[in-house]
Write a protein that binds this ligand. Structure first.
Ligand SMILES: [Zn+2]
Length: 279
């Protein structure tokens, strides 16, 4: 049974002992899936999360052959039960099911840290914007409905979206990550929010810079009410902006627009500071 599973998925990948137990068998499909080329954005969903049917509520309406697809990803499917013509479509359904479970898992208390590990390793790539200074990205969906939009990458620094560089990643369904994930991650772990200016400290190996960042982040939320506003003003003032220039002179239209944006920003900052003084 075990050997047959391996044969089906990836004989080169796993070599389980002949008498592998339930725990080993569990990993076969998921390990195969995670190590397949193009699936590097996914993390491993814990066994007990998948086995708790409460977490899968409603997914039976999204996935055809739901019960068999679930058996396949949990390695409970007896090969004899499956006709060969069903096998191909079942693989597709199993991927869809795992993707949709994954979107739910990564916004849980146990799922977030698994994605943070990947974020720290820049598994999702780095922001291509020059002023973002190699900021690691996070995957996000533009919709939670499968088969609508492919996955995009969110930069916490410029707060913009990018397409994955590789076409293998570019074709992953965005619903496997969902619309909430990166924003919830920064809400739960505010210390991971990247700075708006200067070199990207996050992920850097310099201990001193990390200490400075931690200190700065810790100080900011401690100021109540007005503190948050002050921090917004400080961030707005420091955000790096690109200024197009010709022979050193700013382009007329862009310069006008930037002057206008900065005047609005400065007005807003002084309002925030007034408010801060009154509190
Ligand atoms: Zn960026």
């Amino acid at each position: 049974m075990c050997d047959r599973h391996i044969g089906r998925h990836a004989a080169h990948l796993l070599s389980l002992p002949a008498h592998c137990n339930r725990k080993d068998r569990w990993k076969v499909w998921i390990s195969w899936f995670l190590s397949s080329k193009g699936n590097e954005y996914f993390c491993e969903v814990d066994e007990d999360f998948i086995l708790d049917r409460f977490n899968l509520t409603g997914l039976n309406n999204e996935v055809a052959n739901y019960a068999q697809a679930l058996d396949l990803i949990t390695d409970n499917l007896a090969d004899d039960d499956i006709q060969d013509e069903l096998r191909g479509s079942l693989d597709v359904q199993a991927r869809l099911l795992y993707g949709l479970i994954h979107a739910r898992w990564i916004i849980t208390v146990r799922g977030l840290p698994k994605m943070i590990e990947k974020y720290k390793r820049a598994d999702f790539g780095r922001c291509p914007r020059v002023l973002c200074q190699q900021q690691p990205l996070l995957p996000v969906g533009l919709t939670d409905i499968p088969y609508e939009k492919s996955v995009k990458l969110y930069c916490g620094r410029c707060e913009d979206l990018y397409s994955p560089k590789s076409s293998r990643h570019g074709s992953i369904d965005g619903a496997y990550f969902g619309t909430t994930f990166p924003h919830l991650l920064f809400l739960v772990y505010p210390t991971l929010l990247p700075p708006k200016h200067g070199p990207s400290e996050f992920g850097s190996t310099s201990r001193a810079s990390e200490d400075t960042r931690r200190r700065r982040v810790r100080e900011e939320p401690e100021q109540e009410g007005g503190g948050e506003m002050f921090s917004t003003a400080a961030i707005a003032l420091k955000a790096d902006r690109y200024r197009p220039r010709i022979y050193g002179f700013q382009l007329n239209e862009t310069a006008k627009l930037q002057r206008w944006q900065e005047a609005i920003r400065d007005r807003q900052i002084s309002r925030l500071e007034d408010l801060n003084e009154r509190i």
